[in-house]
Design a binder for this molecule. Structure first.
Ligand code: FES
Length: 600
């Protein structure tokens, strides 16, 4: 890299994913590295303010601030690397509404010869006419591959055509989406692009079943952990949006390779894609501007569904493949929420139903009396482990379950590995257990007597902390604990979610008692303990049987839209009929939020 490049950018170019929660602003302190040979630019004032004195003295630097001045060798502590996370690709399988936008037509074409000098296109059109499809549009990109496929099919010249039903106008038209050798299976790609994770599926387009699935981290994470820091990155770098789009598309192409290898298929067999994501991920993938999502009033550039050639964004599918992206509801309720509702099969539910997907932003829908309300609340990244002293994502070694029995604290870690930190479901359990044993009060203050409870110095004065695993039992050589500040972070997050639920209930003029079904989607939503979530007041205390954890419903919804035009129409109806509730301007919001901060 040229002299003057900061090490965060250098790492990105090398494909090394450093944790960069603030997107390189120098304020999160997560991107610590240390030179072991050569030197770097002098520590900046930002680094001196952000790094602890002993870390600075030990030579640690912030990668986003330190610049290359010549050859240098860098040590990256494991805590500065993004870790592979437990990914959620499950969810309900094939839709019951099979109504595919594409179908196959097997036919035989007249062989070319000195006595038949028609072009390959004419030859194909006459075969189509004989098969009762005289008026089919043929894309130039498909025509470009026709001669090669036709000659591969000699001597019998049997082909498999993939025909697209175009329903955007009143009269359905048809176009040729792909030409393949006879007996070739066709697949579609469905992807749920989360801010943190990607879940990708290959779906057999002839029967709607899922043929392969895979998950990966969203590579944009090294440009900022949340939506706001990625928008900031695009604002401060002239090619920032393109860089983020390319990193995502490259990762999707790699995932596609992996999926194709698993089922022994080739990319020409992938003839359609459905991509869903929150509004920011949607816009970054589609090449739409995101700056306006970062400033009030936070509006989307586009809300209607999109259908465009996969090649426009560099996605390596078949030559004529299109990408369908369902509509966005608002700047912070995106196509992934619509996909979640479809995946949860919430088509005009007759029961009063809440459906939510917990993430950095939590999107919530309420269905009641044939009406539908939705909102988004800023629940923050605490459940992803961010801003928590020993927080980490749901990766191997994370404490995911915890129980307190008298003086004993029992923990369970992911993959049964020695503990390295605590993830969202573990934090939730910890606080619920501390509350159950009277070790925190309703305001979140640690109190009472327990051998694991002690006073420690924190920014802003001494605070209590509770040890979950002592240094001799962890993989990091020190205690893993929760502090008063960690409890506050969770209070803010759970209050945001509960306020979103209560605000929608108040819009519908009902109470939690009226809820018949409460659906919790997403990875964190799948692994969290419902009793803990109810105990800390994140979810209302209604009959436990009303709750259902439904896995990655957004991924299921994306798959459903891949094989069902009816589901695409349903997605478009949802976006037109939903009542979007903006919490920031809602008169009930402030009071409800304050009321939700305390623990029950
Ligand atoms: S401090 Fe460097 S990325 Fe946040």
């Amino acid at each position: 890299v040229p002299v003057g490049t900061n090490l965060l950018d250098a790492a990105r170019q090398a494909g090394v994913e450093l944790v960069a929660i603030c997107g390189g602003e120098g304020i999160c302190g997560e991107c610590m590295i240390r030179p072991t040979a050569g030197s770097l630019s002098a520590p900046t004032l930002t680094e001196k303010a952000e790094l602890a004195a002993n870390d600075l003295a030990a030579g640690f630097r912030l990668a986003c601030q330190a610049q290359v001045v010549g050859d240098v060798r860098i040590e990256i502590p494991p805590t500065s690397l993004t870790t592979p996370q437990r990914l959620q690709t499950e969810g309900q399988d094939a839709p019951d509404d099979f109504d595919p936008p594409l179908f196959v037509l097997d036919l035989q074409v007249d062989p070319p010869g000195l006595d038949d000098l028609r072009s390959d296109e004419s030859r194909l059109r006459s075969a189509l006419a004989k098969n009762r499809h005289p008026r089919i549009t043929i894309e130039r990109k498909v025509l470009a591959i026709l001669p090669a496929i036709l000659r591969q099919s000699a001597p019998d010249y049997r082909l498999r055509l993939v025909i697209r039903r175009n329903t955007e106008t009143e009269h359905e038209t048809k176009s040729l989406a792909a030409v393949l050798p006879a007996n070739t299976k066709i697949y579609g790609l469905a992807v749920d692009v989360g801010t943190t994770k990607l879940a990708a599926y290959l779906v057999d387009l002839e029967n709607g079943t899922t043929a392969a699935r895979a998950g990966a981290m969203n590579p944009q994470i090294s440009y900022g952990e949340d939506v706001i820091s990625r928008i900031a990155y695009t604002n401060s770098h002239p090619d920032g949006a393109k860089t983020l789009q390319n990193s995502l598309v490259n990762s999707l192409n790699n995932l596609l390779d992996e999926l194709c290898t698993e089922i022994d298929a080739g990319q020409p067999q992938i003839v359609e894609a459905v991509i869903v994501g929150n509004t920011c991920m949607h816009h970054l993938f589609a090449g739409l501007p995101v700056a306006q999502l970062g400033t009030a009033p936070y509006v989307a550039a586009v809300s209607d569904a999109l259908l465009f050639p996969a090649s426009d964004v560099g996605l390596k599918l078949s030559a004529g493949a299109l990408v369908y992206m369902p509509p966005n509801i608002a700047g912070y309720v995106g196509a992934d929420h619509i996909a979640m509702l479809i995946g949860a099969r919430l088509k005009n539910p007759s029961q009063t139903t809440i459906a939510l997907d917990i993430g950095t932003n939590t999107e919530i829908s309420l269905f009641h009396n044939n009406l539908h309300w939705s909102c988004s609340c800023a629940s923050g990244p605490a459940f992803e482990g961010a801003h928590i002293t020993d927080g980490m994502r749901a990766a191997a070694g994370a404490i995911e379950r915890l129980q307190i029995h008298g003086t004993e604290v029992q923990i369970k870690t992911i993959s049964e590995q020695p503990a390295t930190g605590i993830c969202g479901s573990g934090i939730l359990d910890t606080i619920a257990e501390l509350r159950r044993h009277g070790l925190i009060d309703h305001r979140g203050v640690l109190k009472g007597q327990h051998p694991n409870l002690f006073l420690q110095k924190e920014k802003g004065g001494p605070h209590s902390a509770f040890i979950l695993a002592s240094a001799d039992k962890t993989a990091i050589g020190r205690d893993i604990k929760v502090t008063r500040l960690d409890i506050n972070e969770i209070q803010l997050a759970k209050a945001a979610i509960r306020t979103g639920v209560e605000t929608l209930l108040s819009e519908a003029k009902i109470t939690a008692e009226d809820i018949d079904t409460f659906l919790v989607a997403g990875a964190f939503g799948t692994y969290l303990d419902l009793d803990s979530a109810i105990r800390i007041g994140m979810f209302p205390d209604i009959g436990r049987e009303k709750y259902e954890q439904i896995g990655n419903a957004a991924g299921s919804g994306a798959r459903a839209m891949l094989v069902s035009l009816k589901q695409r129409q349903f997605a478009e109806q949802i976006s037109l009929s939903v009542n979007y509730v903006e919490l920031a301007t809602n008169p009930a919001f402030h009071k409800l939020y304050i009321g939700s901060l305390a623990f029950p």
